[in-house]
Write a new protein. Structure first.
Length: 309
């Protein structure tokens, strides 16, 4: 099977990765039309969904997808089109609609290619129905399998807090197809399309922590966001105390907001850091350092082979 892969560019690439619910939107997407249409209030829906997960040792995302299918029976036909329609009603935080192009243009001014990615436990079909769906290089989110009549029957993909981390490695290597096994292939550090130091991850809660931590420890930029209306910083303060994130800001995506200034600063830093990285790689190549490393590795292999004999 042939997969389309992204190659290393002649300019640095900065990948900005977003959770969706409570990061780009102030509410859970399922609670902005779907839950009400099947006769539930939000608290009761999640209460029952979580109870199913606990009773069956079940992933909580699979449990909510099962509950969506079950509760749709007799109330509505759960098709891709219906889910996209619910997605079109999803509210977004201030400034989100103009944010993505503004960051791309700012990156271009500073010699940096800015790309946007969704990594969400929410529903891909709903995200694809939003006004901003076309802004992303890739939308990684949970999704349904549909039968021959186009009705959702089974989870095709479930993205939880641990599988989210695999997707960062896909972005790092440019191996974006969810079924492409090349995500496990070794790439030399200087051949990575988006090294972790050039990954920004925006999230709001505990489900984002594995991605935030992975980005943080590898030199990237983990940003916690909080609701600008409630101004409740409890979660982001906790995450920064526990070294989960480097920065936090209100989820206000308008021009000249704190978040806008922070990400623009990261773009400028990326431009300068990559110049230094290129300088370092040139010096390493000229000094033949890589050849020394290769020789040492070959010597180690030969020593092990001799011992085995």
């Amino acid at each position: 099977m042939g997969f389309v892969r992204k190659c290393k560019e002649d300019r640095p690439v900065l990948a900005i990765c977003y959770d969706f619910d409570k990061t780009l939107s102030p509410d859970n997407m399922q609670a902005q039309g779907y839950i009400q249409s099947v006769g539930f209030d939000e608290d009761r829906f999640w209460e029952e969904s979580n109870a199913v997960a606990v009773a069956n040792d079940m992933d909580s995302n699979l449990a909510y997808m099962l509950k969506m299918v079950q509760e749709a029976e007799g109330n509505l036909v759960l098709t891709r089109k219906a889910l996209a329609e619910y997605g079109s009603r999803v509210r977004l935080y201030p400034g989100v609609e103009g944010w993505f192009d503004r960051m791309r243009r700012y990156g271009q001014e500073h010699g940096v290619i800015v790309e946007h990615y969704i990594i969400s436990s929410g529903l891909k079909e709903m995200i694809e129905g939003t006004k901003i769906a076309g802004e992303f290089e890739k939308i990684y989110a949970s999704a349904f399998y549909y039968n021959e009549r186009g009705v959702a029957k089974w989870p095709a993909q479930s993205i939880n807090y641990t599988t989210k981390t695999q997707l960062l490695f896909r972005i790092e290597k440019g191996v974006l197809d969810i079924n492409d096994p090349a995500v496990n292939t070794y790439f030399p550090p200087d051949k990575m399309r988006v090294p972790f130091r050039n990954i920004v991850y925006l999230g709001d809660s505990a489900t984002d922590i594995p991605c935030m931590k992975l980005v943080n420890v590898n030199g990237g930029h983990a940003i916690g966001v909080y609701d600008p209306k409630s101004k409740d910083m409890t979660k982001v303060h906790e995450m920064i105390r526990e070294n989960r994130i480097k920065y936090y800001a209100a989820a206000d995506y308008r021009d000249d907001s704190d978040l806008d200034r922070l990400v623009k600063l990261i773009i400028r830093k990326t431009a300068e850091d990559e110049k230094l990285e290129d300088w370092y790689n040139r010096n390493v190549e000229e000094a033949g350092y890589e050849k020394i490393i290769e020789k040492n590795q070959e010597d180690k292999k030969n020593t092990k082979a001799e011992k085995a004999d």
